[in-house]
Design a binder for this molecule. Structure first.
Ligand code: TZP
Ligand code: MG
Length: 236
């Protein structure tokens, strides 16, 4: 098992989003994203049941663990804790909308369950490997509130309009520039980022990005990942 990187060293945050699997197995796609240089992989399954997400997460986790890639579970805090994922990602409505104000006050309802491969399970009692919490933000006021809440990382977006989240209004590069100047913890630009607009996102100050459809729709997922990664690492 390889240790996962600290968030500050994570640059490419990829997704296994079931909306784009098109019949591919989640763990196969996770493998390709790892091969492409993802530092973090989020499991995002908006239409799946908790049981289905649990099965997918258990299939993906050995893949990410062997690659030293952090697994992030979208929306499902207790599931993330139960399987020993590295992080859980929550939206504004999941966190503030549910009445939480501090990450430290989130409930920890379940102890980590043994996985089929216990050697792959991190020690969640170790403060270095406790569950990290990422929060989505869509503007400076939300970012300030998420920082005050103790988030471990922020999502900054959607930068551009995107079919992955069609109802969300783009925040534009203006918010990316604001984040570059004002957010002191790791933050990831997200939303509509492609190899064609990546230079503009980097020029606005982003050094970490989330990419969903541009990776999952690529003819060669791993090759596309390497292209994003090389460009990210090349940014000064
Ligand atoms: N949150 C803000 S934009 C977005 C999420 C989950 C979707 C990003 O997907 P894509 O396909 O990279 O635009
Ligand atoms: Mg959510």
């Amino acid at each position: 098992m390889t240790c996962t990187k600290p968030l500050s060293e994570c640059r490419l945050y990829a997704f296994v989003d079931t909306a784009y699997l098109g019949g591919r197995a989640p763990d196969r796609v996770a493998r390709e994203l790892c091969d492409g240089g993802a530092d973090l992989i989020q499991l995002r399954a908006k239409l799946s049941s908790r049981e289905e997400i649990l099965r997918m997460a258990q299939a993906i986790l050995p893949v990410t663990r062997r690659a030293g890639v952090g697994l992030v579970i979208n929306d499902h805090l207790s599931l993330a804790q139960a399987i020993g994922a590295e992080a859980c990602h929550l939206g504004q409505e999941d966190f503030f909308g549910a009445g939480y104000e501090q990450v430290a006050s989130l409930p920890c309802p379940l102890p980590p369950k043994p996985l089929p491969q216990p050697d792959l399970r991190p020690s969640t009692s170790d403060p270095q490997t406790r569950l990290r919490i990422g929060l989505s933000t869509h503007g400076p006021e939300q970012a300030k509130r998420a920082l005050a809440a103790g988030a471990d990382y922020l999502g900054i977006g959607p930068v551009y309009s995107t079919g992955t989240k069609p109802q969300a209004r783009p925040v534009t590069l203006e918010y990316v520039r604001w984040a570059a100047a004002n957010v002191p913890i790791p933050w990831f630009a997200i939303g509509g980022i492609t190899l064609d607009n990546l230079d503009a996102v980097l020029a606005a100050g982003a050094r970490r990005i989330c990419v969903v459809s541009a990776l999952l729709n690529a003819p060669d997922v791993a090759a596309a990942g390497r292209q994003f990664r090389d460009r990210l690492l090349g940014a000064k």
